[in-house]
Ligand binder design. Sequence first.
Ligand SMILES: [Zn+2]
Length: 484
Amino acid sequence: MQKEIQQQLDRLKARGVTYVDARYYPFEEANNLVMWNGNLKAAVSTHESGIGVRVLHKGAWGFSASSDLGDLGAIFDKAFDNARVAAERVTFPVRLAEKDAVEARFESPCETDPFEVPLADKIGFLKAMDGKLDRPGVAQRVVALTFVRKQIEFSDSEGSRIEKRITEVFPTLTVNGVDAGGGMHERKFLPGRTGDTRGWESIDPQLFAENAERIVRELNEVLVADECPKDDRAVILLPDIMYLQTHETIGHALELDRILGYELAFAGGSFVTLDDFGSLRYGSEKLTARADGTVVNSPGSFGFDDDGVPAQDNLLIDHGLLVGAITGRQMVEEANARARKQIFKGSSGANRASAFYRVPIERMTNINIDPGSDGTLDDIIAKTEKGIVLDGDRSWSIGSNREQFHFGTEIGWLVEEGKKTKVVKNSTYKGDTVKFWNSLSAVGDRSTWKVHFVANCGKGQPNQIMFLGHGVPVCRFDNVRIGE
Ligand SMILES: [Zn+2]
């Protein structure tokens, strides 16, 4: 197949196209198992394969994809035809940032391929976890496992040949309960990856058993708790809500296509402008954020993006100062041209497509916050006079330019004079993005840092659901409005 693809790349190059690439997926498989209140509610398997071809011609992209590889030439011709038609309507001619041609292979670390694990073992895991969650106070319990396995062969007219094999495992536990007033509450467990791999072995039954007991206990505490007060307090965010804060108000806000206005019709824009790079105080001195596509055990690491650019570890915010964005080859050229100066030096390796039949767009890799020097969670609580510890994403609402946010969490613990006092329910907090990040007053050390994965990030038209990660520590923000 690679030989035939190469012939097509050469053929279109000879016909004068600026650039052409192909992503051939010999296979992409997914397997989703859901146990709901002890019953196997879903056992779904999908399999797809095919090729996606992009052609850049006279400043315009053309794309074509098919799972029928019987006439490869026709797929390439269709992409070329689409580019020729689009070239008649170009408003901003596409240019691609330089990259090195590479011949490489990437394999996500995996000891036990989850697709080789017998179904009976997977159901056994679901049942065992369901048993742990089947306790008083729990009205609904859901144990879910999703597995993904894919092979991608990338090649382009600049001489790159990249083979990727990626395996992902996404397990979750969820419990729901109803309080005396009829209010519904939820508590979830998504494991932070502690090992170095991403296969079946990354599911540690002992860790899941412990956390199953914990979320049931915490749900029951929430069910009898008082309402979260309306107040201004320090908020201490644990990683399972800190990841969402980072995702929505740093990650999405710093996607370069969004900054240039390309997502306006779907998921909104960004308050960030090209003038802000190098000058905007995004957060306090304690905030250092990075897009790190090299974290070994995260779904935000994939070796090479769909422009064929290697994964990188790039600073986005350096001690509070905005310095970088999430970029692919195309947008950095357009941003530099529009700004009439070189803001970005090449692609950051973050252009990705969710399937062979979608075009790559700027996506988060692992948008991480560096651990800090303010000690453990207990140390931070001990130094907080009046605050609230928050955990678990329950609801989220974000301004269309990511300039404000309002998040509901699954649980809150009030903190008075350095001590956790009581659990509260319906805990929420809100803020203005830049003001909020500038109120960051404590960042936990490595012991508080957790890689939280996201399996449902949506972007693009048609919508592309993407996997990524967030490595985040416990963080404290001062003077935040809670409870409304
Ligand atoms: Zn998202």
